[in-house]
Design a protein around this ligand. Structure first.
Ligand code: 9MR
Length: 339
């Protein structure tokens, strides 16, 4: 073929490729924005599901399998197989990982729930963190070292860790994690902590400020953001909160985003949900949050109906795992964003 025709063909191919619709992951990568999802082991096994993950997300978190109930069901038995597969999948697909979680009041195995002795509790806590972060050294981008340590009244929750060790369990968990893997960003994660000026939001901030003042090695905070379509985002209170954590030298991640709708779904409620998702994404971009992670992508496997009776349709993909209009709008918001 003459050079001229080769040239025309090449221009055509390049033109076609640049007009071809880009995947969400390509867009997120190009913006250096960490956009992720909580996954279940079966998401990695089914070829269609794993393709969906590959096309859409550049950071993953285990929805359940790294909680101690599953990861360490007895003191001597560790369930590494599923987490190993998740780590391998993420590495193979050029995705980062969030870890969730070491220290929680929920989803603990009986041998932890039954702890009473302080020394024993301390050794279990430290050993758990050491074993996980030694095995996966350098493999996790962020880790929720402690989750939901403040209760709904704004005081330290009376968890098994609090009862056995006392409030210093938080310091000890963070210090142990830092020593075990200095490369992973250490996060304190919670729900209803996203707004400055609320009981829980302010209690969470005061706790974190105290940790920073006492030089406990914390790198960032997580706002879970399990929110409602019917409650518009309070942008001012969210931005003020992000700013005050940034002033402490910390990062902020949106770690478990979903926006539930009071059933039945109507076009108005869907429009309200779109606004909440898009506001959160825009604020995350503008405030340069560390990661934006959906707590599940499809309504098919949602945790919402089991916990909030009468609510549902909280995720950006429908029960057939097809993207809803809100997802296309999120993609456009990300694609149009100029850093
Ligand atoms: O999505 C998780 C669900 O499958 C579990 O049954 C539930 C048990 O409490 O935990 C859910 O995930 C929670 C997360 O680990 C911490 N923040 C709240 C999430 C929703 O309950």
């Amino acid at each position: 073929m003459k050079t001229k025709y080769w040239f025309i063909l090449a221009v055509g191919v390049i033109g076609f490729l640049s007009c071809a619709p880009k995947s969400m992951k390509t867009v997120a990568d190009s913006k250096q924005f960490l956009f992720g999802v909580a996954v279940r082991p079966s998401d990695l096994l089914d070829p269609k599901d794993s393709k969906l993950l590959q096309d859409n997300f550049n950071i993953l978190v285990a929805e359940n399998i790294m909680k101690l109930q599953y990861l360490r069901p007895t003191e001597s038995f560790w369930n590494w197989s599923d987490p190993d597969k998740l780590v391998e999948f993420a590495q193979k697909n050029n995705m980062k990982l969030r870890g969730h979680t070491f220290v929680w009041h929920n989803q603990n195995p009986p041998f932890i729930n039954n702890l009473t002795d302080k020394e024993k509790a301390l050794s279990v806590l430290q050993d758990t963190i050491n074993q996980v972060l030694t095995r996966y050294k350098g493999k996790f981008y962020e880790y929720d070292v402690c989750n939901e340590v403040i209760d709904d009244n704004g005081i330290l929750r009376n968890s098994v860790w609090m009862k056995t060790i006392g409030s210093e369990y938080i310091d000890i968990a963070f210090k142990t994690a830092r020593e075990a893997d200095p490369s992973v960003k250490l996060i304190l994660n919670d729900y209803n902590n996203e707004y400055a000026g609320t009981t829980k939001g302010d209690a969470f901030y005061n706790l974190v400020k105290d940790l920073v003042t006492r030089k406990v090695p914390i790198d960032g905070v997580g706002f879970q953001l399990h929110v409602l379509a019917e409650q518009p985002v309070n942008e001012k209170a969210l931005r003020a909160n992000i700013q005050r954590f940034r002033d402490l030298g910390l990062s902020v991640s949106f770690t478990e985003v979903d926006v539930r709708i009071k059933l039945p779904v109507t076009p108005e409620k869907e429009a309200a949900q779109q606004k909440v998702y898009l506001d959160l994404l825009r604020i995350a971009l503008e405030e340069k949050v560390s990661s934006f992670v959906l707590w599940g992508y499809t309504d098919l496997y949602s945790w919402i109906p089991g916990t909030f009776a009468g609510y549902g349709s909280a995720h950006p993909f429908d029960r057939n795992k097809a993207p809803k209009p809100v997802y296309e709008l999120m993609k456009k918001t990300l694609a149009d964003y100029k850093r």
